[in-house]
Design a protein around this ligand. Structure first.
Ligand SMILES: N[C@@H](CCC(=O)N[C@@H](CS)C(=O)NCC(=O)O)C(=O)O
Length: 231
């Protein structure tokens, strides 16, 4: 049995839900409220995900964490509908984009979401209450980054830096899609799944330069094809 611990608007959770839908797998949902109830810092959740983040997959009692690893795990465990290319070079491409989704896109989208989404959601809390929440992040690096953001804010310069990294990322994606229909070649793959929720987040955050598809027409047509999929 597959059970997914996830949060509705989390980009990393979305990746896994898209993969489950593409593969037409039955799954049980456990919603983890990472905003108000902070279920992700509760003892029971930290037992299955010691980083205190979503998503977490449970498969027949076994726990898998990290969204990109979950994607590959699902594809390897349920190979009927393949979302991984067969060719080793294309697999390397797919892993390249999975890596960029985490190390470039997720990281920088987080910076840009701070003023736009995080602060408005937390405005009912005092500084001390907010700090107490951030101090609960078990991962020392995440904890330090979040506390620094609370103490010093995200400046215009920080935002411009992140926007520039995302813009470079989008240029690289445009170049990749110049010769290929999908990110890892001629077939839709986990690479496309891993990036799609972030493009949706660029739209939700009104990051106009990133979603100006006149500038990056290949991504525009890729995005149209992604949105027309049932998943
Ligand atoms: N590398 C992890 C990142 C997971 C992650 O950061 N998840 C976010 C939501 S997208 C989260 O749970 N954040 C908890 C919080 O902000 O309190 C993965 O890909 O699974």
């Amino acid at each position: 049995m597959l059970r997914l611990y996830h949060f509705w608007s989390s980009t990393c959770s979305r990746k896994v839900r898209i993969c489950l839908a593409e593969k037409k797998l039955e799954w049980e949902s456990r919603h983890v409220d990472i905003v108000n109830k902070r279920d992700n810092f509760k003892k029971w959740y930290l037992k299955i995900n010691s980083n205190g983040v979503v998503p977490t997959l449970e498969h027949d009692g076994r726990i898998v964490i990290e969204s990109n690893i979950i994607l590959e795990y699902l594809d390897d465990s349920f190979p009927d509908t393949r979302l991984k290319p067969n060719d080793p070079f294309q697999i390397s491409k797919m892993r390249f984009w999975l890596d960029r989704a985490e190390t470039v896109v997720h990281k920088n989208v987080n910076v840009l979401s701070w003023n736009r989404r995080h602060i408005p959601r937390m405005k009912h809390l005092s500084h001390e209450q907010h700090l107490k929440i951030l101090e609960q992040f078990p991962n020392p690096e995440t904890r330090m980054v979040r506390i620094n953001r609370l103490e010093h804010g995200v400046s215009n310069a920080d935002e411009e830096f992140s926007k520039a990294r995302l813009s470079e990322f989008m240029d690289a994606m445009e170049e990749e899609l110049n010769g290929n229909t999908w990110l890892a070649g001629e077939s839709f793959s986990l690479a496309d799944i891993a990036i799609a929720p972030f493009v949706e987040r660029f739209e939700a955050n009104n990051l106009d330069e990133l979603i100006d598809f006149r500038k990056r027409p290949k991504i525009g047509s890729w995005w149209g094809k992604i949105k027309s999929r049932e998943s």
